[in-house]
Design a binder for this molecule. Structure first.
Ligand SMILES: Nc1ncnc2c1ncn2[C@@H]1O[C@H](COP(=O)(O)OP(=O)(O)O)[C@@H](O)[C@H]1O
Ligand SMILES: [Mg+2]
Length: 256
């Protein structure tokens, strides 16, 4: 029997123009950073942005954006909280504080469905979703509940990160989902990752959306939306988001 919440989720997300998913099976590659900074960059350009933190075990967006603890308001659903001008956020951390969320397997999927079904997004142009690491069932479930979402694969230019991301891209492809492209994060000036990416067919088949250099002082800007917006990461994401919003400008790995 079809879960009635699926229809509710469709309705809740109906008015949202684009839904970007920041994915990558590995933890620590910068998914949360890219999600939060992308929302700030897009909001600065005038887009109304929503951010949904679905990494329950590693909730980070509220910390990156420096939000005070507090419960969201309710009005025909639960209203995301304003995190920065033009950016609203829904996060499990609003309810749990800094306590861990001991959810596993099916319970995680249930909580994701519930969160999607109760959240009443304000007028939103772009919804950015911070995805959990790993390749658990909940990843495919999210893609199933939000069929028009556009997954971006975030990786770092290390052998391990590229190998794991490649496995993840193949897993999505085998499940009938095509990722929008690859973002290489924390690239040192000297890192030669192009060959590394090209040697992994599942990644080489995807557009390279852009490269974000390693930004030495980034950690100091945790909790400061203004600081994050002034970082080099924001500059790189600005260019990447142009490629994502206008896909024809994306670089293609095969042409490099
Ligand atoms: N381009 C970058 N330059 C420097 N540090 C970065 C960059 N991107 C992310 N980081 C740092 O890497 C760490 C992991 O990032 P995070 O966004 O939490 O990764 P994930 O969400 O994939 O686990 C954080 O300490 C973050 O500040
Ligand atoms: Mg994270």
């Amino acid at each position: 029997m079809r879960d009635h919440r699926i229809g509710i989720i469709e309705k809740r997300l109906k008015g949202i123009k684009r839904i970007l998913l920041f994915t990558g099976a590995k933890g620590g590659v910068g998914k949360s950073t890219c999600t939060a900074v992308s929302a700030l960059v897009l909001a600065k350009r005038g887009y109304a942005c929503g951010v949904l933190d679905l990494d329950f075990q590693g909730s980070s967006i509220h910390l990156l954006l420096g939000m005070e603890p507090g419960l969201p308001d309710e009005d025909r659903g639960i209203l995301p909280r304003t995190a920065a001008p033009g950016v609203s956020l829904m996060s499990m951390s609003f309810f749990t504080g800094e306590r861990g969320v001991p959810l596993r397997g099916e319970h995680t999927t249930e909580a994701i469905k519930e969160l999607l079904a109760v959240t009443q997004w304000p007028d939103t142009d772009v919804l950015l979703i911070d995805m959990p690491p790993g390749m658990g069932d909940e990843i495919l479930d999210i893609l199933r509940f939000i069929p028009r979402s556009e997954p971006l694969v975030v990786l770092t230019p290390s052998v391990l990160s590229v190998k794991v991301a490649s496995r993840f891209a193949q897993y999505m492809k085998d499940s009938g989902v095509s990722a929008k492209g690859v973002i290489v994060n924390m690239a040192a000036e000297t890192s030669d990752f192009r060959q590394l990416l090209a040697s992994e067919p599942a990644l080489a088949a995807l557009p390279l959306l852009g490269i974000i250099p390693l930004c030495a002082g980034l950690d100091k800007n945790t909790g400061s939306p203004d600081g994050l917006l002034q970082s080099t990461v924001a500059g790189s994401l600005d260019a990447i988001l142009s490629a994502v919003i206008k896909p024809e400008s994306a670089l293609n790995l095969k042409n490099l």
